[in-house]
Structures are given as C-alpha cells and as structure tokens.
Write a protein that binds this ligand. Structure first.
Ligand code: FUL
Length: 494
C-alpha cells in the first residue's frame, strides 16, 4: 500500500445549476427584452377599447395600412419584436379564418382578400423582427362562447390556424380578461365562465407546444412568462425570475395561480418555476387608437424610465402601439419611439468598463481562461465569471485607469445556471477610500442600476453580498446615459 499525496482539488467543471432553469424559448425571450403589442381592429373605428362583438366588418377599412411602417416604427424604437392582436375581445379575426365569418375577408380591405396578420408576418421577416400573436380567449361575438364547443371548435381551431400559418413565433399571448356581457350571436346577454377551468389550459397550451415549440406562453399565470400584475409597465424593485402560482383560495398551495393574492410583481425567490415577468403598458392612454389621444403618447424620457423599471429589473417591456384608422402609426408617436431608440442605442453602445483591469477575490478552480472575470466584458450573456463552490460572496475590483463618468451600471447572470445572486453592492474609489453608491437585489438575466446623479471615479468595486451558492456572473457594464434631442421625423418606409 502506498499513500497518495493530498492535493487541493479546485473545481474545473461548471457550477451545478441552481433552482428552476429557463427553457430555450425563455432564454430567447429574455434576450428580446423589448417588444410592442399592436392593437388594431374594429375598436380603431368605433373609438372603443372593448368592442361588444356586434361591429359591422365593413367599418374596418384601412386605406393606407402598412405593416412595414408599423413594425418599422417599433424597430426604430429599439424594440426587437411585435405581438399582433389577431383577435380582440370583440371576436373579429384579422386573418381570413375558417372558424367564423366575422373576419377581415368580410371587410372592404383589399376587397375581402386582405390578411393583416400575414402582412405583419412578412414585414417582420423583412425587417428582422420577432413575431408573437395574441388571440383573445374571450369572444363577445361567438354564439358558442360559454359552451364547451367554443373552446374545442372555435378558439383552439383559431390557435391552430394562427400557429400553423404565421410562425415562427417567439411568444403567444393569452389575455386574462374574460366573460361578461356581449353580442354572442345576437343573444346580447351576460356569459360567465370560470377562467381557470373553461379554456382547458393544458390542452390549449399544448397547441403552442406542438406547433411553435420555441414560443413562450404568456398568461396571468405563465406558464412561461407571467403577467407582472399591473398595466403600467413596471416590475418590482426586486423581481425574481422564479415564481409559484398558487391555487385559488388555498393560501400558499401551488396551483393554477388564479388567486387574489397575486404576487407577479416581485415573483418568489424560491419559486417553483422559471417564470419571469412581462411588463405591458400602452404607449398612449388606451390600447387602441383614439383621435382624442393624439399627442398623448409617452415621451422618450418616460419610456426610458419604464425601460429601467422593466428591462432593468429582469423583465421584458411590452409596449402597446396603436395604429390609426389609416392603418399607420401617427407621426408624433413615430418620432417619440425613434428618440427613445436613439437614447438606448447611444447609451448602451459603449461599455465604459471595457478597458478596465479586473481583479476578482476568487476564480473557480483558479481557471482564469474558463471562469475568469474577463468574461464579464466580452458581451456574451452566457460566458461568465464563476467562483469556487464554497465562495458565495466574492468581490471584484475594476481599475478603469482614468476618471470615468457614468450613471448606469449593468449586471447579468448566466441564467442557464439559474438565478443565483440575491444581492450586490457597488462601491467607488473616492478620496482614498471606498464609498458605497448603490445596492441591488435579484440580478438574473438583466439588472440596470440608474444612479440619481452620475459619478466620476477611476476604480469601481462590486461586492456580491448575498447568494445561496457560488456565482456565475456574465456581464458587468458602466454606461453614460445619452439623451439626445428628439430627431426631426422622416418617413423612410412606405
Ligand atoms: C387586457 C385587455 O383587456 C386589453 O384590452 C388589452 O388587450 C391588454 C393588452 O390586455 O387584458
């Protein structure tokens, strides 16, 4: 028998994933960060937000409809995708569906040969934008609404048509609004349903899983992306990507999530599922176009505020755009979107930390090439600085070599390994000592810290102050927010 020398073994393998993990579709959704939901249909012509279902298809007559102009305006705003409302609560289908006569083929648009959803699909392809679809479960036109046949013969068939003919989709959007009064084939009555059981969600969601396997399913309660709990466009200051929907009236038992104590704004640190939040908010006061709201679209500055409170808190921002009766986004709205996009592009195009020398208190297995802090600056969400298993609260010093002014800090975890970090603090070197300037919780796929006032310093320190496991941080950025004057509007798309 011989004795082997005792060797300190440092881990060279990747950290073990922590908690629930995102699917491929959820990773792609996270990278999308911002998209626009577009409401256009009978309500655009009746000045309503929720059509009753008795609208005459003849009113839908956009004489200058341009999906390219609409999707182009979103793109100029820095948005990477659009979600098209293919059918709103009024039941009018914007594509030539076989499931109901109440659709675009009965309108004067293109003499009944139009397909608005198809035009959006083509525009997205041309402009390199992602496409998602919204098809309202509640249908105030269908005589069958409230009966099981509506779900099996109408709603699910509509989803099948949409998911088969208009992909690839990055998200499918299921509205929470449900039941109530409506036209319902002329009966004009109140039809109530139990929204947690009526739509047979498992089977209904199964259609998306089968036909669009990479699409995330959005709903009040997920299953892939949860509603944030408000329509104001912001997540909680702390917003975990993980979440456990609770059963109705059962306190804290996991269930289908249709419960009064909705906790989507903050999520749950120890949530059972990876189910990050989407923050939806209309650009103007309403989701549909109303002439009386011309000039009332949010300014570039307020969009920027919302960006920090949604995307900056690990959620995605879903901004409602409202094409007018011509079928175009109004010029004032277009120029505000463009001004917002310009601020984002100029602010985030240059990471002021890129030339810094980095010194980490610990690197996993001492393996700088694989797990070193240089990965924080390579602009890759999935390469990362990791620590040894037992090191949960490391520090990192960035020497910027010269005084540098910044007012935004960006942190990202490699979420393929889960959400690992609870809390961090940032210090700057001032007057010969470290001074704490910011703290944050719930880092996840993206965390932006916007300082009240910018700061000038030559050294920055990041402290991970709480984590249940070793860290896997992929990104560290310092930025100078660049607010440009709104540009003069120019039409470049037909
Ligand atoms: C809500 C709907 O009731 C609104 O009309 C709008 O479509 C919004 C995006 O979702 O629940």
């Amino acid at each position: 028998m011989c004795c082997l020398p005792v060797i300190m073994v440092f881990s060279q393998s990747a950290p073990k994933p922590y908690g629930p993990l995102p699917s491929k579709g959820q990773l792609q959704w996270q990278e999308t960060e911002m998209y626009c939901i577009i409401h256009f249909g009978p309500d655009t012509y009746t000045d309503k937000e929720w059509g009753f279902g008795d609208e005459d298809p003849m009113i839908v007559n956009p004489t200058q409809f341009s999906a390219l102009q609409i999707v182009g305006a979103a793109k100029a705003g820095g948005f990477k995708g659009v979600v098209i409302v293919a059918k709103h609560h009024d039941g009018f289908c914007m594509w030539p569906t076989k499931t109901t006569e109440h659709n675009i083929s009965k309108s004067p648009y293109k003499n009944g040969k139009g397909d608005i959803v198809g035009e959006y699909r083509d525009a997205c392809k041309q402009l390199g934008m992602k496409l998602g679809l919204y098809c309202s479960p509640w249908d105030r036109n269908s005589p069958l609404y409230g009966k099981p046949e509506y779900v099996t013969d109408v709603y699910r068939k509509q989803l099948e048509e949409l998911y088969s003919n208009y992909g690839p989709l990055f998200i499918v959007w299921h509205d929470g609004a449900n039941g109530g009064d409506g036209y319902y084939g002329g009966t004009k009555e109140v039809r109530k349903i139990d929204r947690s059981t009526y739509y047979g969600w498992d089977k209904t969601w199964g259609i998306a899983r089968r036909l669009q396997p990479n699409a995330c399913i959005f709903g009040d309660v997920g299953p892939d992306v949860r509603w944030v709990g408000n329509e104001e466009g912001h997540a909680g200051e702390t917003s975990w990507a993980t979440y456990t929907p609770h059963a109705p009236d059962s306190g804290k038992t996991p269930g289908n999530g249709y419960t009064k104590d909705f906790e989507g704004t903050a999520g749950h640190r120890d949530g059972q599922y990876w189910m990050p939040a989407e923050c939806d908010v209309p650009f103007r006061p309403g989701w549909f176009y109303h002439k009386s709201q011309d000039g009332k679209a949010k300014s570039a500055d307020s969009l920027l505020n919302l960006y920090y409170k949604s995307v900056g808190r690990g959620a995605c921002l879903d901004l409602g755009l409202e094409p007018d009766q011509r079928g175009r986004i109004n010029d004032d709205d277009v120029s505000k979107l463009k001004a917002f996009g310009d601020i984002l592009r100029t602010t985030f195009s240059h990471n002021l930390a890129s030339g810094a020398t980095l010194k980490a208190s610990n690197v996993r297995g001492g393996n700088l090439a694989k797990f070193g802090p240089a990965h924080l600056l390579d602009n890759n969400r999935y390469s990362y600085w990791a620590t040894d298993d037992q090191v949960h609260t490391p520090e990192l010093v960035l020497d910027l070599h010269k005084k540098t002014w910044f007012n935004v800090i960006r942190l990202r975890e490699n979420i393929k390994l889960g959400q690992r970090i609870d809390a961090i603090a940032i210090d700057v070197w001032q007057d010969g000592k470290w001074k704490e300037i910011a703290t944050a919780t719930s880092i996840g796929g993206n965390r932006l810290i916007r300082l009240d006032k910018g700061i000038s310093t030559s050294k920055v320190r990041l402290r991970i102050t709480k984590a249940p496991v070793c860290i896997a941080l992929s990104d560290f950025g310092l930025y100078k927010e660049n607010k440009l004057a709104p540009p003069v509007f120019q039409t470049s798309l037909k």
